[in-house]
Write a protein that binds this ligand. Structure first.
Ligand code: RVP
Length: 496
């Protein structure tokens, strides 16, 4: 007969935290949000995030642009794996090459192009600074720079050639490749420049530094950096082509990998982890997703560096509806966190767990951490921002961004869902949707972080570890949940 669980499977929304004594030791400014992402024994080196957020392994979420923005704020992205090995490796390379304040130019023309070409390119890229090179490509010799101050649309003919519009190389002040950001900024200020092209010994353009970015790059205290000062980045992999994909991603500089599957309690994940650990002993690899102690233990024994928890809770996910499998996210985290703590007592090894999917409100993040998650993975949350790959569209009076599940027909990520190498998925486990557009990642993240710190202050905790030890959590009735929002009043403004 089937085993029937006695307890109800619950979500984050059904719980609240009871405040503890707050003291000057846990005011928001003193709160440390760093958290482990790879397994360790006490005192052993391991990778830590500076904030407990990672972005989902999804085509609508984690490309190189979002990865750069999130790592600059202290979190980490797992670049989506449902793409060719080459293009995923290229995205990883772009993140690793990113240098704060050094912009990679995306607008090139040759001296023979015309003002018309300038206007068209500006429209396409949204950027007004254009590099002029001998062949019109990034590998040509830099011959000049164009900015919008170099031409007047009302006076100049659209046929006017770029070579007559640009500021020629000889008249430019440039920096040498290898220059430090503060040296570049000194040159900008001393020469009253708006933009400083950085060139290599072959006179090719390698970067540009802009005056307008000065403030933005002065300080990013939580940037997640490796020992060479490059941003950290993760990559999603599958259980089918890892023998080819993993070496390419590691070669490109991926700092941590994650097996991406809707159901990770499988022999395929075990085999993939043991293969990767024996062939690339320095590689870090997360695995999942699981929802119970057995699943956790299986992947922990296989050698997973972290374990991802959650089936069916994602905002775009219809796995529970389609297959009847899954578990409430809160119940899953509580059980897996216990299993993780037992594993630590037994073996001395701490394996971080990640709560993946189903975060609707910022308070759910705090509750997930309090329940034992070391960090959270979010898709919908990040899909709303400028930096995500989805298109921004206007629907009625509001702006939205596209957000589609990896189990949708649009994503065609059969490797995440299939248990055989059958590329024809017969049913969808995800939907194609919109999410409200929310602006820049950094602005939104800073509000979310303030809320989490404020919750931790109320609970008397100055670190995530302390929060997990001290948290007191209560189940709430449906009526109490209703009481949690504004109620029994007439709201003046719905967007409060
Ligand atoms: P959410 O943050 O609630 O949008 O959930 C994102 C998570 O949902 C992902 O990290 C992944 O685990 C899961 N997902 C992604 N695609 C699908 C699907 O199509 N069913 N589910």
């Amino acid at each position: 007969m089937a085993k029937l669980y006695n307890e109800i499977s619950r979500t984050f929304n059904e719980y609240l935290l009871i405040p503890n004594l707050s003291t000057p030791l846990c005011i928001p400014d003193k709160i440390d949000l760093t958290t482990p992402i790879t397994r360790f024994r006490t005192g052993e080196a391991h990778i830590r995030l500076n904030i407990p957020f990672v972005s989902s392994i999804m085509q609508a979420v984690s490309d190189n642009k979002l990865a750069i923005s999130l790592a600059r704020c202290g979190g980490l992205s797992f670049i989506y794996g449902a793409q060719t090995i080459d293009s995923q490796a290229e995205m990883i390379r772009k993140v690793k090459k990113f240098k704060s304040g050094f912009v990679v130019c995306d607008s090139y023309l040759s001296p023979e192009h015309t003002l018309n070409d300038i206007l068209r390119l500006k429209e396409d890229t949204g950027h007004s600074t254009i590099a002029v090179t001998s062949n019109g490509n990034s590998d040509g010799i830099l011959t000049g720079i164009i900015t919008s101050r170099d031409y007047r649309i009302s006076r100049d003919s659209l046929d006017k050639k770029v070579c007559h519009i640009m500021t020629p190389f000889e008249a430019l002040i440039t920096g040498r490749d290898g220059i430090l950001l503060n040296e570049a900024n000194d040159l900008i200020w001393a020469n009253k420049l708006n933009c400083l092209p950085i060139v290599n010994e072959k006179q090719q353009l390698v970067h540009m530094v802009f005056r307008k970015d000065y403030e933005a790059h002065k300080e990013n205290p939580f940037e997640l950096l490796d020992e060479k000062k490059s941003l950290l980045v993760g990559a999603g992999i599958n259980t089918y082509d890892y023998q080819d994909r993993v070496p390419a991603l590691l070669e490109a500089g991926a700092d941590i990998l994650c097996l991406d599957s809707s159901d990770g309690y499988s022999t395929w994940q075990y085999d993939a982890i043991t293969y990767i650990k024996s062939n690339f002993p320095k590689a870090y690899i997360g695995a999942g997703n699981v929802v119970d102690a057995e699943g956790f233990r299986y992947l922990a024994d296989a050698g997973a560096d972290f374990v991802k928890v959650g089936i069916g809770g994602g905002s775009i996910c219809i796995t529970r509806e389609q297959k009847g499998i899954g578990r409430g996210q809160a119940t899953s985290i509580l059980e897996v966190a216990c299993a993780r703590d037992r594993y630590k007592e037994e073996t001395g090894i701490y394996i971080p767990i990640c709560s993946d999917g189903g975060i609707v409100y910022d308070n759910h993040i705090a509750i997930a951490l309090a329940m034992g998650a070391d960090f959270v993975m979010m898709g919908r949350y990040f899909a709303r921002f400028d930096e995500s790959p989805g298109k921004k569209l206007k629907r009625g009076n509001e702006y939205v961004k596209e957000y589609w599940g990896e189990g949708s027909n649009r994503a065609k990520n059969w490797q995440r869902y299939s248990m055989s190498a059958n590329k024809d998925t017969l049913f969808e486990e995800g939907v194609d949707s919109y999410v409200p557009y929310a602006g820049a990642l950094k602005d939104n993240l800073s509000v979310t972080i303030s809320k989490i710190k404020s919750t931790m202050s109320s609970c008397g905790a100055a670190s995530i570890e302390e929060f997990q030890k001290k948290a007191r959590i209560t189940l709430v009735s449906p009526i109490s949940i209703r009481e949690g929002g504004a109620h029994d009043i007439i709201l003046k403004d719905k967007d409060y």
